[in-house]
Design a protein. Sequence first.
Length: 383
Amino acid sequence: MVEIARAFVKARWPRVRPIRIDDRPIETAREFEANFAARNALSVTLAEAREEAARELAGGAPRYPGYSFGFSSGTLGEPGVFLTSERERDRWVGAVLGKFLPSRMLTGASIALILKHNNRLYTDVRKTRRLRLHYFNAAAPVDDWAAALRDAAPDILIGPPSVLEQLALRQRIRPSLLIAGAEPLFPQDAALLHDAFGVAPRVIYQAKEGFLAAGCARGRVHLNEDLIHFERIDIGRGRFVPVITDFTRTSQIYRRFRLDDVLIGAESSCACGSPLAGVAAIEGRANDVLLIGDRIITPYDVNDALGRATDYTVTQTEPDRVIVAGGVSVDAITELLHPAAVTAAPYEPPRLGEKRRRVRRLFDPHNDWLSRFTVARNVAPGV
């Protein structure tokens, strides 16, 4: 509890200070996985970590006391795996509560967490003894648990936007705090969720690499510069790909690690008064960027061209070929994607447990296209 309380206070009133990062090469996810055993405190291989995560998910006894292994929600292929120490989990609980929990809920609250894979990282919130956590499996049919979630009457509801939308069609729930994560929150999703739940959703940017950013009550998303050092790979038009260095974790080592996500920088300071850098949105994965010749077409470009429709997919299968599916017009996007050939196909909604990805690119899976850009080297706010 002491560690949770300390992390809560630091997150509630964050402080940032300049640090200097050494000039080591930037590490990609592919390189990190190849050196997985050298990047964690237990020297376990990636295969061993996956085995431990599966054991823990199935309720088996842990082999490494104090450590927890878990799976990420998995956007691309096989889900990623992470490990945390008990101290790190306590810090995570404190930081998340410090950044999101309203003061009126400090005496107690009910939390409904909709997630594909449960883990002690999340369930350790019960250590506070004032928060009741109810877990619901995002990979199970919504009808299987929607009524139980309604009966839990959560004060705080957390889940992927696409699953929250399905829930809203089945049950009337009025949480005081709505948090969306694990998928991009497009403008039309935010509007739909606001109407459905009666409260504007706030974003949590969480990945296997850590707790990266938190949305504030004013709608801005703030990078957790009080926990992690951020550098930026500028890809143009206000977008950047983060490079992180995390000095708060010892279970896994992230030093100048490239997160293959595309963020939209905020042009002004936030009215909430946070000293942490703000971003307008987490637009999606770098694999969701379409590459048409030397042009970069982002998910929001596509989304705006299609009138911010709800159910569609745009898939670039080859450098010169794009498939559009859903109740949208191919003509609406042909000019944007010229000279690529654009064809129509029937729409298929995400399969059970699969993340919603409206826009995606199937070639260059490791995002080697990012090598054409350089990271901004500076002494920036950090841990």
